[in-house]
Write a protein that binds this ligand. Structure first.
Ligand code: ADP
Length: 393
């Protein structure tokens, strides 16, 4: 008799030059392995994996692998693993447009709809869709679920979604979509276990990584967010400028004669921490530097979070809890402290020892607004969505 095999779910997050992946038990949603492939398009390489099943994925990925070949390589490793049965796959898809407000089981009609959204996220959506097609090519009957970065914010009231532009353009979908939705979904899933009743109240979540945004949660639903039509809006980021005067963009084109491509390069790749410091897009490098511009970049980063948090608070009508997540949010006590200082007027106070230790609750006991540090996890909500959407996984 063949021993029964453990059902697993594969989660894929395909970026422009990388594929992050995770395997979860379909029974318990325990993570069995998380890892990544990097350098796709130049020299593809396995970037390592962690977890009980990490040994399934060792070196041996052909250097010339494109996204499809890298996905096939992963699937082949899973197919050959003793004791595992792949029962479904879930994908991070950056854009769900106006209509996808929740994860969806993928079929031909869904793929047509997702292809039509490529102009809204031309740098990311094609890679996400290529991963879906690679899986269906290699494993035709495998159920697949798409989970969107935008979907979580479809609960925002209309005024939080529309821009003050001609209504015809709004009707054509030029609205604030917001991103980092999977990260916010995860925070919403775990926060009740950490903050109790306050998790249902007025909460600001600060996702501060290479990309950065804030989300205002009320009753566990997004009511406002800082990213907009694209992921360029809102906070200052590693290389992105965040919100700036649209007139400045026009000036660069009309008065300086720049092409759209040159402006895009400046705003998406040469701004943010990198542009202001002139040193690095990496917060750790800037924290270790004593250059005045590094300090100014970090000060501006915190200032922008404080300013936008004030706007989120106004949308919420108050504040019951504040959550930090993602690379900077989870690990930089100094940046958290500068942000908290700027928000002290809200009743937010950090305990220096807890903050330095990256504790789960870093506010003082008497602070009126508790502050939490919660590790980001954009794969687990995808695994959870697969379990809920695919019967008998
Ligand atoms: P991504 O948005 O690509 O998922 P991360 O969430 O990993 O990125 O966040 C990356 C950012 O977190 C970088 O700016 C990095 O410098 C910063 N970071 C990571 N660890 C630390 C640390 N110990 N102290 C300060 N910043 C950190």
């Amino acid at each position: 008799m063949t021993p029964s095999k453990d059902a697993v779910i594969l989660v894929l997050n395909a970026g422009s030059s990388s594929v992050k992946f995770a395997l979860f038990s379909a029974e318990t949603l325990q993570p069995l392995c998380r890892g990544g492939i990097e350098g796709i398009g130049s020299r593809a390489r396995f970037g390592g994996a962690s977890g009980a099943r990490a040994h399934l994925f060792e070196d041996g990925l052909p250097e010339d692998s494109d996204h499809a070949a890298a996905t096939h390589w992963l699937l082949d490793r899973i197919r050959r693993a003793d004791g595992l049965r792949l029962s479904a796959a879930g994908h991070r898809v950056v854009h769900g447009g106006p209509d996808f407000a929740a994860p969806v089981v993928i079929d031909a009609a869904v793929m047509t709809a997702l292809d039509a959204l490529i102009p809204l996220a031309p740098a990311h959506q094609p890679h996400n869709l290529a991963a879906i097609r690679a899986v269906s090519g290699a494993w035709p009957d495998l159920p697949q679920v798409a989970c969107f970065d935008t979907a979580f914010h479809r609960t925002m009231p209309r005024l939080a979604q529309i821009f003050a532009i001609p209504h015809e353009l709004t009707d054509q979908g030029l609205v604030r979509y917001g991103f980092h939705g999977l990260s916010y979904q995860h925070i919403t899933d775990v926060l009740p276990g950490i903050a109790g009743e306050r998790a249902r109240g007025r909460v600001i979540v600060a996702h501060l990584g290479h990309g950065a945004s804030l989300c205002a949660l009320h009753g566990g639903r997004s009511i406002a967010t800082t990213m907009g039509f694209t992921a360029l809006d809102g906070l200052m980021m590693g290389m992105r400028c965040g919100a700036i005067d649209a007139g400045l963009v026009l000036h660069l084109i009309e008065q300086r004669g720049m092409t759209p491509g040159q402006v895009s390069e400046i705003l998406n790749r040469r701004s943010g921490l990198l542009g202001v410091s002139g040193i690095s897009n990496d917060a750790r490098t800037l924290l270790a530097s004593d250059a005045p511009r590094a300090a100014e970049a970090l000060d501006l980063f915190a200032y922008r979070v404080v300013r936008e948090a004030g706007s989120m608070m106004a949308a919420l009508g108050g504040l019951d809890a504040f959550v930090f997540t993602a690379g900077i949010g989870e690990r930089s006590a100094r940046i958290r402290a500068s942000i908290a200082e700027g928000l002290a007027w809200t009743g937010l106070r950090l305990d220096a020892t807890r903050n330095a230790a990256n504790d789960t609750r870093i506010s003082t006991d008497d602070a009126t607004v508790p502050v939490y540090v919660v590790p980001a996890d954009e794969e687990l909500p995808i695994g959870r969505a697969v379990l809920s959407r695919v019967p008998a996984v």
